[in-house]
Design a protein around this ligand. Structure first.
Ligand code: GLC
Length: 822
């Protein structure tokens, strides 16, 4: 069949709307089932158009296309094969409000054009091909074929397809936690949340579904977010070098075109649709120790004692499934943990938070209150013929709450009362793909409420885990009153970042997996999920000492830092490999704690402004084609560049530094970027570089967050001979007062020349930290300082230069201007 001239569509009523249909029916089926062979149908010549405010409709007589102006830079496209759009509903995009007032519509001989100040969506009248252009009329993205669909005779509805042109030079990024190379060109990938124990490189699909990608061609980036929860597929010039396609097994062909031109703009705008992580409690950014399974209580106590005696900082200890009574969620194994409340309190007194695991499978057991309640209230999922969805997981035969039902989510949230009362500080949501032993997951005929938009598991599968952790997060939020919950989840869909951190699941203790972990976290970060981490050390298999240490080093620069391992492996704590390694592991975990104020500030920039926390090099210099293939180095926040060591036994490695000036973190050597350099990599070091001109806040060393109150706050200030801005954020660290604007943002401006350096500070916000002074370490002045003026007054302290070429200045926390003169 000629793709651009498909046969005419059958004659049906194109004006059918949802209101005219039977109550509650949302789908319009193709009425010609059984009459002709099923084949793909394509949009054809447009015969009419209409406008309703910021929505524009184009019809080929049967099918309809909606073009919605969402914002200056975002346009949404929807397709209704038979003219009736589905009711507006999305788990990913909570508020689909109009954020633009200026837009226009124009028609010429060949096209319709819907424009904002930044983007034009061009609809070809003859073919219904859609393209997006910038305000210079340069085409950024265009259809290769008109949107198309094919009737799904097994389930009703349609397989829906979009096919775009891929330019020869185009690179592709995003899609969440895929284990493919960072640049996805040449790959075909699937989104279907899957429990993938010991997954392999290039294995697909994995635990999460993030149907969002970034295209980058001719130095210009754009994003496509295909908001469809069914099993979806992406082909990035794999089948045909000139095409990129995405399609799904059902639902609506609905996607957002997100304008760049920078990758950073695309990611920020994707966040504006799907949200960012709420601020975590500060302790959640510390080091977490986990293992399947630490029990009984004496073991936990021993673990805690070891951390404190060995002076290795740690903020959280995890309880895996064995803390429960027969793996029944919300219960305790009283043999292992006779008095949980006391134990959790004693741990808390020693600075440890307790995080517990929860699974969605509820044991079928009439003597178990959670099962009884769920059964009485009819909260468990059912099959198409009304049988309960039953499957085996840890506790044996289980039923599963329908988390897509808001009432079930509320109920689930209340179940945490006992755990919260026992003092539990965080909840780890596992097995929520959902995972079922044997069959892998639910059969697709399982029915779901889907927040009133009814559907089978085909539609709900990919959001099940996200709705579970949403229920957990919101439940904890209510129970903790004004304290911030900490949650972690394995499964998720776009927008899961509004409720939880994520980890990459059951990885393997191998060098390949350490490298994969770095790619996965960078990819998650550009896909909206900044608060992410890997199982440090690898979940299955046995790391040797070197691998474990290199993983701890990478973990320092993972937004979420947790060591975890399977129960059938040898125990591996930071001290498990002997003194030499213990010392290095300690040094790096200490580095994490020193950097906490910096990491917290990067988190705020993520939360408030939509910046990812990890930034791959291509995001910093997308115009350089070589960078499209770099996947080793990344920046952590915007000031620190890291290159994790992911190979055994290497003494040196090549690291690319983006343009500008950088300091070696360890030696303070000044290095000109925009090139590759060779860096020595002894085991007790890691390539870390700081941008010239940075002001990096540093915490005094603590064994856990808030171990003691600081009376002086430290900053490392790196000299620069051009102007550089830095940022520092402070708040209470564990309340929601920041939502009432109780926080402080500090901005620093550093500049220098051959004989002077200035540091300016501006402060905004309502939060008042308790300390009064700053301890500023000025690094690498190119001159010998003879005079320092702080807010027009001569500084009287010592200006001695230490062996790392630093001088130390103590200043009031409210200083405005510091001048250092030769
Ligand atoms: C799953 C999780 C793993 C956990 C285990 C036991 O495999 O991915 O992290 O330790 O279940 O609960």
């Amino acid at each position: 069949m000629d793709e651009l001239n498909p046969p005419a569509a059958p004659d049906v009523n194109p004006e059918l709307t949802i209101d005219q249909l039977d109550d509650g029916i949302q789908h319009v089926n193709n009425p010609i089932v059984g009459l002709t062979a099923i084949e793909k149908k394509y949009l054809t010549k447009i015969v009419e158009y209409s406008q309703n405010n910021n929505n524009f409709y184009f019809s080929d007589g049967v099918a309809k296309v909606e073009v919605r102006v969402v914002s200056d830079e975002i346009i949404r496209i929807r397709l209704a094969p038979h003219g009736a759009f589905l009711e507006e509903f999305s788990y990913a995009v909570p508020e689909n409000t109009k954020r633009v007032t200026v837009f226009s519509f124009r028609e010429d001989e060949k096209n319709y054009r819907v424009s904002t100040n930044t983007v034009t969506c061009i609809i070809d009248k003859e073919t219904c091909l859609i393209s997006f252009a910038d305000n210079q009329d340069v085409i950024i993205n265009q259809d290769q074929a008109p949107m198309h669909w094919e009737e799904n005779s097994d389930f009703g509805g349609y397989y829906v397809y979009a096919t775009k042109k891929a330019s020869a030079e185009e690179s592709f990024f995003g899609l969440g936690d895929k284990t493919a190379n960072f640049n996805l060109r040449g790959k075909r990938l699937v989104n279907w949340n899957s429990d993938t124990y010991s997954f392999a490189k290039d294995q697909d699909p994995l635990y999460r579904s993030i149907p969002f990608y970034i295209g980058l061609s001719d130095e210009t980036a754009y994003g496509i977010f295909f908001d469809n929860t069914f099993k979806s597929y992406f082909d990035f010039a794999h089948e045909d070098n000139g095409k990129t396609s995405f399609w799904a097994d059902g639902g609506e062909l609905q996607y957002y075109y997100i304008h760049g031109p920078k990758m950073m703009d695309v990611v920020k705008r994707y966040h504006s649709l799907t949200g960012t992580h709420p601020m975590p409690p500060l302790w959640a950014l510390g080091f977490h120790q986990c293992r399947w399974s630490y029990y009984p209580e004496s073991k936990i106590k021993d673990l805690a004692r070891n951390f404190r005696e060995r002076k290795i900082p740690c903020d959280a200890i995890y309880l895996d499934i064995d803390y429960m009574d027969g793996y029944r969620c919300f219960t305790w194994n009283k043999k292992y943990f006779p008095d949980p409340k006391r134990m959790v309190k004693e741990l808390a007194d020693d600075g440890f938070r307790t995080v517990v695991i929860i699974d969605p499978g509820i044991k079928v057991d009439d003597n178990y209150w959670v099962f009884r309640e769920g059964k009485e209230k009819k909260y468990f999922c059912r099959r198409c013929d009304d049988y309960f969805m039953e499957g085996y997981v840890w506790p044996g035969r289980c039923q599963f709450p329908d988390f897509t039902n808001p009432e079930v989510r509320d109920w689930w949230g209340t179940l945490f009362e006992g755990l919260v009362d026992a003092g539990v500080a965080g909840v780890w949501n596992d097995m929520n793909e959902p995972a079922v032993f044997g069959s892998g997951t639910f059969p697709v005929d399982v029915r779901h409420n889907f927040d009133g938009h009814r559907g089978s598991h085909r539609k709900a599968h990919n959001v099940y885990g996200m709705q579970m952790v949403r229920a957990t997060y919101n439940g904890l939020k209510k129970l903790y009153k004004n304290k911030r919950p900490f949650t972690i989840t394995r499964a998720g869909y776009s927008g899961v970042q509004r409720y939880s951190s994520v980890w990459t699941g059951d990885n393997v203790a191998s060098w390949e997996h350490l490298k994969l972990g770095s790619v996965q976290l960078q990819r998650l970060s550009v896909s909206g999920i900044s608060f992410c981490g890997t199982d440090i050390g690898g979940f299955s298999g046995e790391p040797d000492a070197e691998l474990f240490t290199r993983w701890i080093q990478f973990g320092v620069f993972s937004p979420f830092m947790r060591a975890h391992s399977a129960g059938d492996t040898r125990e591996r704590e930071p001290w498990s490999f002997g003194e030499v390694y213990e010392a290095i592991n300690r040094k790096f975990i200490e580095l994490r704690y020193r950097l906490l104020p910096y990491i917290y500030s990067a988190f705020w920039e993520h939360h408030k402004y939509g910046f990812p926390i990890l930034r791959p090099v291509v995001m910093l210099e997308q115009e350089d084609k070589t960078n499209h293939y770099r996947e080793n180095e990344f920046t952590f926040g915007d000031k620190i560049l890291v290159a994790p060591v992911t190979e055994p036994g290497i003494q040196q490695m090549v690291v690319y530094l983006p343009k500008g000036k950088w300091y070696d973190y360890w030696t303070h050597e000044l290095i000109e970027g925009g090139r590759e350099i060779t860096v020595a990599t002894p085991l007790d070091s890691l390539p870390i570089f700081v941008k010239a001109g940075s002001v990096i806040p540093e915490s005094p060393l603590m064994q856990y967050v808030n171990e003691f109150e600081v009376d002086e706050f430290m900053f490392q200030v790196y000299y620069s001979d051009y102007e550089v801005r830095s940022f520092y954020y402070e708040d209470h660290g564990d309340t929601f007062a920041y939502e009432q604007d109780i926080y402080m943002e500090k901005k620093f401006l550093v500049n220098g020349d051959a004989t002077s350096m200035t540091i300016k500070q501006s402060i905004e916000g309502l939060f008042t930290p308790r300390y009064e002074t700053y301890d500023l370490k000025i690094i690498s002045l190119p001159f010998t300082p003879s005079r320092v003026i702080i807010d027009n007054r001569d500084y009287t302290g010592s200006l001695e230069v230490d062996d790392l070429h630093r001088i130390r200045i103590q200043a009031s926390k409210n200083f405005r201007n510091i001048q250092i003169l030769a």
